[in-house]
Design a protein around this ligand. Sequence first.
Ligand code: ATP
Ligand code: MG
Length: 568
Amino acid sequence: MDAADTPLEPAQAGPKDFIREIIDEDLASGKHRGVVVRFPPEPNGYLHIGHAKSICLNFGLALAYGGRCHLRFDDTNPAKEEQEFVDSIQQDVRWLGFDWQQHLFFASDYFGALYDFAVELIEKGLAYVDSLTPEEMRAHRGTLTEPGKDSPYRKRSVAENLDLFRRMRAGEFPDGAHVLRAKIDMASPNLNLRDPALYRIKRAHHHRTGDDWCLYPMYDYTHPISDALEGITHSICTLEFEDHRPLYDWVLDHISAPCHPRQIEFARLNLTYTVMSKRKLLELVATGAVQGWDDPRMPTIAGMRRRGYTPQGIRNFCAAIGVTKANGTVEYGLLEHFVREDLNKTAIRRMVVTQPLKLVIENYPEDQVEHFEAENNPEDPAAGTRQVPFSRELWIEREDFRDDNPKKWFRLAPGAEVRLKHAYYVRCRDVVRDEAGNVVELRCTYDPESRGGGTPDNRVVKGTLHWVSAAHAVPVELRLYDTLFAVPNPTGSLAAELNPASLQALQGLGEPAMAAVQPGERYQFLRMGYYCVDPDTRPGRAVFNRTATLKDAWARMEKRAVGSTGER
Ligand code: ATP
Ligand code: MG
C-alpha cells in the first residue's frame, strides 16, 4: 500500500541525516516506491516547540521526497483528551506552514479494526484476559534484574479468552476488572515484552466515539496498527520509544496487517529555561502560573505565535538543530537567534519610547510641527516610508540620559550632543529635577542646520536616539518577558524554579502610526527590540509583547568565528 503511483527518486536537496539515508536506501532497493510519514500527537494539550521539531521533520520529509505526511490524532486515552486540543493542534500545524491535505486521521477511527485484530491475537493464542489486580500485576512483572512471573490466568483457553473479551466489550465488568494482555515472554529482559496490556476497561466519554466503547486500546498496541492501516512507510518517533520497537514489530508480525512500517527513533528537543512535557505545561496553566496555553512565556506554538515568533524563524531553527540520535539540550538563545534573523528582514520599524523622559527644545518654535520621512524597513525597500511628526516637546528613553556622563557614553548628558533619528542634532543645556532630585525634564537646543542627520561642519556626533513627539504620542502597553524558569535546566518544580520576574509591564509612548495597529502585526521598535501586537489590544490602547531584544549573542559569535578564520 505505497503512496506514490510513480516511482520516486531519492530527494537530492537538503542535508542528509540518518533518517534520509535510511529512506534513500529503501527507495533505491525498491522496498518502497514513495514516502508516507505521519505526525501523531495525542490531543491532551497544546503543541510545543518540541512538537515543531517533529512536525518540521515529518512534513519536511514528505515535501523533500514528494510523499505525504498524515496528521493522526492518537486519541486512545479519553480521560485526558479534548476537542479544544484537536482544534489547536490543527491550527498550529497549519500556522507552521504545513498541510496534511485530505490525510487527517484519528486512532479512534480504528477502534473497530483494533478490536478485530485483538480477537485475531486471542484466536492465535497470542493474547489472554488477565484478572489480576493492578498491584498483583505489578508484583508479577519483575524488575530490570529479575524476570517476571506468569499470571495464573495466562493459561486460559482461547474460548474462555474470546468469551471474556467479548463481555469486556459488552460492558459486563467494572473498570479495571480485567485487561487483555499480549502473550509474549514474562522473562524477557525488555520489560515492554513482559505480556504488555493491550486493552483496559475504562468507562470514559470519548470526544469522538462518545460512549460507544468501555474498553480502550493501549498506545503501544494502537500505534503500529494505525501506521500499518495508513500505509506508513517510516514511523518516526522519539528515542524513548526505542525499547518499545520490539513490541511495535511483534504486534505487526502477529496480525494480518496490510504492511509493516519501520520505526525510526530520533532525539527529542530540549531547550534551556523551559519544560516541554505536556503534563508540566498543563500544570502551569491549571495553577495559574501563566495566563493560558498561549501565554507568550510558554514554549507552546500558540504562546510563541502570540509572542511574535514567526513560522519561518521556527522552521529555520528546526532545520539548524537537525536530527540526531543523541539527546541533548539546545540553548534558548539559538531559537531567538533564528526568530530575530527572520524578523530583521520582515518587521516594520517604528519609534516607541518605553520609559519616557521629557525633552524640550528651547529654540524650536512653539507651534511648529515638521514631518520627517522615515523608512519602514531598511532591509526591505518595498516596505516604503512614513511621515513622523516632530515638535518642540519630545519623549526620549529615560535610560538614554546620564547625569554623570561617563567615558564612552555617547548618549545624552549635561552639555552633550546627540542625533535624533530622522531629525536634528540636539544638545542638552539644562536638567530639571523634582524635589527628590530625580531628573524630570531635559532642556535642550537644536541645530537647524542638522536637519536630516548631518551638519555643514561635519561635527562628530556618535549617539543616535529614538524619540516621539509629545503632542502626537499615543499610549502603548509593553509586556516584556524573561525566561519562564529561573534555572537553565528546570526539573519542572514550579514553586522553586519559576522566574518571578518573567513578566514586566511598561506604559510607553509611540509615534502616531501606533494608534492603528492590528493584533499579530510584528514591529521592530528602534533600539528597543522586536514587538508583536497582542490580541488584548483595544481602541486607544495598543498592547505589545516583546518578542525578543535586539541583542543577539549567537549572531555575534558567528561573526567572530567567521572573522577569526578570515584573519588567518
Ligand atoms: P510530551 O512528553 O511533551 O507530553 P508526547 O511525546 O507525549 O510529548 P505526543 O503528542 O505524543 O506528545 O507527541 C507527538 C509527536 O511529537 C510524537 O511523535 C513525539 O515523539 C513528538 N515529540 C514530542 N515531544 C517532542 C520533542 N520534545 N522533540 C521532538 N519531538 C517530540
Ligand atoms: Mg505521547
